[in-house]
Ligand binder design. Structure first.
Ligand code: FES
Length: 112
C-alpha cells in the first residue's frame, strides 16, 4: 500500500491510497486521473508517460529496454520520465509524486 501523489496538469495534487501490485496507470484510471494509456500496458504507446520526482526515481526498478524505446517517443521527456503502466505499486514507493506531462493531453490516439 502506498500513497501516490498525482500532480495534475493544473498543478493541483491528488493523493491516492494505492494497493500494492497494480500499476500507476491502473491507479490513475481507477481514480479518474487523466492519464491515457492507450495500449493498456503492453508497451506499444507512450501515452502513459509520467514524470517521477527525483527522490523516488532511483528507488524504482530500472526501465526495460522496451520501456526506454517507447519513452524516446514521448512528448516532454524528462530525465525522470517513466511509463506509468510499468511502475507497480509497492510499499517502497509510499509518498511518491508523479507529474502528468502537459503535452500528452493534446495527443490524440486512436483506440480502435
Ligand atoms: S499504456 Fe501503452 S506503454 Fe503504457
Amino acid at each position: 500500500m502506498a500513497i501516490v501523489n498525482f500532480k495534475l496538469q493544473d498543478g493541483s495534487i491528488k493523493a491516492i491510497d494505492a494497493p500494492n501490485g497494480i500499476s500507476l496507470l491502473e491507479v490513475a484510471h481507477k481514480n479518474d486521473i487523466d492519464l491515457e494509456g492507450a495500449c493498456e500496458g503492453s508497451l506499444a504507446c507512450s501515452t502513459c508517460h509520467i514524470i517521477i520526482d527525483e527522490e523516488f526515481f532511483d528507488k524504482l526498478p530500472e526501465a526495460s529496454e522496451d520501456e526506454e524505446d517507447m519513452l524516446d517517443l514521448a512528448f516532454g521527456l524528462s530525465p525522470t520520465s517513466r511509463l506509468g503502466c510499468q511502475i507497480i505499486v509497492t510499499d517502497e514507493i509510499d509518498g511518491i509524486t508523479v507529474s502528468l506531462p502537459n503535452a500528452t493531453r493534446n495527443m490524440m490516439v486512436d483506440k480502435k
